[in-house]
Ligand binder design. Sequence first.
Ligand code: HEM
Length: 134
Amino acid sequence: MDGYAFLFYSSLITIAVSGLLIVLGILFVKFGYKDYHKRSMLTAFILALIFVVLYLVKSSLYSPQKYSGNYRGIYLFILWSHTLLATVNFPMAIVTIYLAFKERFDRHKRIAPYTAAVWIYVALTGWLIRAFLV
Ligand code: HEM
């Protein structure tokens, strides 16, 4: 496997597992497993950070792929909404985690569904963007 393939597949895996752990973390808290919820969400956060590092390394070493198919409008909408929400997701995640550690669970519960929804959207569209480029 060459360097590009390694960065490509490892970034796809990290973003997918991160998104799945968010879904799992929601299920854990709904069924009362608060400790598993915490572990799941923190692992999702670490994986998202690893994804960003892999993405930045890939972008600095290789030129970006261009989409030249028939669905350019849809592709650009997905790409821009993904990029924008991925950027917004970072401070949202920090605040959500901070409130949990401070045990301000009333506020944690208020913001957390938005953080989770944005996170899942970013993970799904991350995959969609790759699907457009194959
Ligand atoms: C970005 C990461 C996180 C997300 C997206 C998230 C998401 C959520 C969601 C959706 C709920 C359920 C809200 C509801 O039922 O209305 C929740 C509740 C909860 N979360 Fe998190 N969470 C995160 C991180 C954490 C961490 C790190 C901890 C522990 C240190 C934690 C502890 C809790 C607890 C204890 C509850 C239940 C509160 C209660 O029922 O009173 N969460 N979280």
